[in-house]
Design a protein around this ligand. Structure first.
Ligand SMILES: Nc1ncnc2c1ncn2[C@@H]1O[C@H](COP(=O)(O)OP(=O)(O)OP(=O)(O)O)[C@@H](O)[C@H]1O
Ligand SMILES: [Mg+2]
Length: 189
């Protein structure tokens, strides 16, 4: 889809150009909103992501979650789907083919995605109704296509407020998020 491609390029560039000091401050504000939310406090099994290319950092959320004895997981790419491997503060991470840090699958504990309570999702653009545009491979769409069954993980996007657009190009295959947290506010469906 050409519209998706154009929007991705434009937003990825804006995100990369963000001043590192602003990025740190916005990530801190997003972190504070997440850790004081009910969806974080109620979750015991939490999937995060390794931030790259200017994405909102999840470092402090991970530190808080581990301190509160929650189980934490990172995605590992497998056959165009995401597997979720348990991590702790000592886990060794290595770069995958996209340059994203992943834990080692062989020594890690894998959880079926439907057993997670909360999944923090990176995104490139979003709209106020919690529709999401990702990196363009559909990995999150495919992995969470079951989303919507009564007991499902809460899917929460982390973003900068400038990533919000009025009209987001999308298809029926694009998963909708439950919440999107930015430095300014929390959007919900
Ligand atoms: N559930 C699904 N089953 C099969 N193909 C899918 C599914 N969801 C999305 N796709 C396909 O994956 C491709 C990429 O999807 P899309 O452009 O929505 O990526 P994205 O949501 O931006 O990326 P990502 O989820 O990896 O961040 C598209 O060709 C889309 O049709
Ligand atoms: Mg999609």
């Amino acid at each position: 889809m050409l519209l998706k491609k154009q929007l991705r390029c434009q937003m990825q560039e804006r995100r990369l150009k963000l001043d590192p000091i602003d990025r740190q401050q916005y990530s801190q504000q997003v972190t504070e909103r997440v850790i004081s939310s009910r969806f974080f406090q109620n979750a015991q099994k939490i999937a995060l992501y390794s931030a790259c290319r200017g994405e909102v950092s999840t470092h402090q959320i991970l530190a808080q979650a581990l301190q509160q004895h929650k189980s934490c997981y990172l995605p590992v790419l497998m056959n165009a789907h995401l597997c979720f491997a348990k991590i702790d503060s000592h886990s060794q991470l290595t770069e995958n083919s996209y340059g994203i840090l992943e834990p080692d699958l062989t020594i890690s504990h894998i959880i079926p995605p439907e057993n997670l309570d909360l999944v923090l999702v990176p995104l490139v653009a979003f709209d106020q109704h919690c529709h999401r545009l990702g990196m363009g491979k559909g990995f999150y769409d495919k992995t969470f296509s079951f989303h919507g069954i009564p007991k499902h993980p809460k899917l929460v996007g982390l973003a900068y407020d400038f990533q919000k657009v009025v009209h987001l190009p999308r298809t029926k295959l694009d998963i909708k998020l439950d919440f999107i947290v930015t430095e300014k506010r929390i959007y919900f469906q």
